[in-house]
Design a protein around this ligand. Structure first.
Ligand code: FAD
Ligand code: DHB
Length: 394
């Protein structure tokens, strides 16, 4: 027997995109259901983004989920670029009329969204397996899923595909409708989380002859570090000791001397990829966040690009349900993609400028060097970096 659930918006994916949209819609009285294939603990065990732009922080507040972020998150008005041992500060606030970013982990933010959904009695269904989309291009779209031995059918007006890069939503769109753009980089990031004091109060992005590194943080007692590694490396190839030794080699001597090391509490490798799927709407199915686009993490744009999708969708849904105006939903794909591509450009630019590219022709190597030296010598170039890093307007 199939159990039927009726709702307005069926959301696939209980990551930040799906939960945020669910919470915002619920606050406006727009009924919705979230289907997440994993357990809550599993979702919260993934260590991912750490830097939130101003617009994202505002959306968290609008979702009535900003209290802990405002209390525990750190406002960062700048960061450092280490060019082969020489440190340069990027003054975000100075170049953007006082704008900044919030350092607050994706894990904490997702926990806040789950707590808010629970408090409001939101319908977030975990371990929803074999989710399938039906009639997305019809007037009566539906989702089906399995939980244990039971099967369920969710009948709704709209389906939101917020199920990340490997989800089912994008794959449900016919191949002749969707155009995919992709760039794969010849390296990955090995990330370590450790209960140690961060080496620097502000992030350090390093370009060195041995490769890229990033010093980030979650709090004053929790550090997050990354180093560029070949795609052929696996986590087992890297003991904690080997990781710390390599990170030190990619930092200026005086900074390395102050690096506090300790056991890793999480260690993983993320491949670097740029990807966009167009359009982001097919019939009554809307893609949002990593389901539609991903960026290499260098510019800290991934989660922030998801936030702008959610902003456009949320406003489109409010206008549709509360004012009978569907123009926001009609223009969703075009509006979202315009901003998505700017985030793609910025992430590609940061990645290309700061990493070591194996087999780069000498000419490209020279261009990479001059790109960074121009940036570090030009106020106009620094202003452009700052404007993108704090987040372009929605
Ligand atoms: P996801 O977080 O992937 O959530 C999708 C959810 O859908 C998951 O919970 C998944 O379990 C669920 N799902 C998948 N398939 C199904 C299915 N078939 N049925 C039901 N549910 C399903 N971004 C930044 O902005 N700043 C940063 O500093 C930053 N740093 C990063 C560092 C690393 C190492 C990595 C890997 C990413 C980083 N990102 C960063 C990117 C950011 O983490 C992602 O962009 C963000 O997670 C996207 O959120 P999402 O909700 O769209 O997708
Ligand atoms: C973090 C990740 C990033 O990709 C980035 O650019 C900045 C910070 C982080 O995990 O803290």
């Amino acid at each position: 027997m199939t159990n039927t659930i009726k709702t307005k918006v069926g959301i696939i994916g209980g990551g930040p995109s799906g939960l945020m949209l669910s919470q915002l819609l619920d606050l406006k009285g727009i009924d919705n259901v979230v289907l997440e294939k994993h357990t809550r603990d599993y979702v919260l065990s993934r260590i991912r983004a750490g830097v939130l732009e101003h617009g994202f922080a505002e959306l968290m507040r609008e979702a009535q989920c900003g209290a802990r972020m405002d209390a525990e998150g750190e406002i960062h008005e700048g960061f450092f670029i280490n060019d082969n041992g020489k440190m340069h500060r990027v003054d975000l606030a100075g170049h953007t009329g006082g704008n900044s970013v919030v350092v607050y982990g994706q894990t904490e933010l997702t926990r806040d969204l789950y707590d808010a959904r629970e408090k409001m009695g939101g319908n977030v269904i975990h371990e929803a397996l074999d989710v399938a989309i039906h009639g997305a291009d019809s007037d009566s779209p539906a989702l089906t899923y399995r939980q244990g031995d039971e099967t369920f059918r969710v009948e709704c007006d709209f389906i939101i595909g917020a199920d990340g890069f490997h989800g089912v939503s994008r794959k449900s769109i016919p191949r002749d409708v969707l155009k995919e753009y992709e760039k794969i980089y010849p390296f990955g990031w090995l990330g370590v989380l450790s209960r140690t004091k961060p080496v620097s109060p502000e992030l350090i992005y390093s370009r060195t002859e041995r490769g890229f590194s990033l010093c980030s943080l979650r709090s004053q007692v929790l550090s997050r570090y990354y180093i560029q590694v070949p795609l052929t490396d696996s986590v087992e190839d890297w003991s904690d000791e080997a990781f710390w030794d390599e990170l030190k080699r990619r930092l200026p001597d005086d900074v390395a001397a102050g690096l506090e090391t300790g056991p890793s509490i999480e260690k993983s490798i993320a491949p670097l990829r740029s990807f966009v799927a167009e359009p982001m709407r097919w019939g009554n199915l809307f893609l949002a966040g990593d389901a539609a686009h991903i960026v290499p993490p260098t510019g800290a744009r991934g989660l922030n690009s998801a936030a702008s999708d959610i902003y456009y969708l949320y406003h489109g849904m409010i206008a549709h349900y509360l004012d009978g105006d569907s123009s926001g939903l009609e223009t969703y794909s075009a509006k979202a993609l315009a901003r998505v591509w700017k985030a793609q450009r910025f992430s590609w630019w940061m990645t290309t400028m700061l990493h070591n590219f194996p087999n780069h022709p000498d000419y490209d190597q020279k261009l990479q060097e001059v790109e960074l030296s121009y940036l570090l010598s030009s106020d106009a170039a620094m202003a452009s970096l700052a404007e993108n890093y704090v987040g372009l307007p929605f």
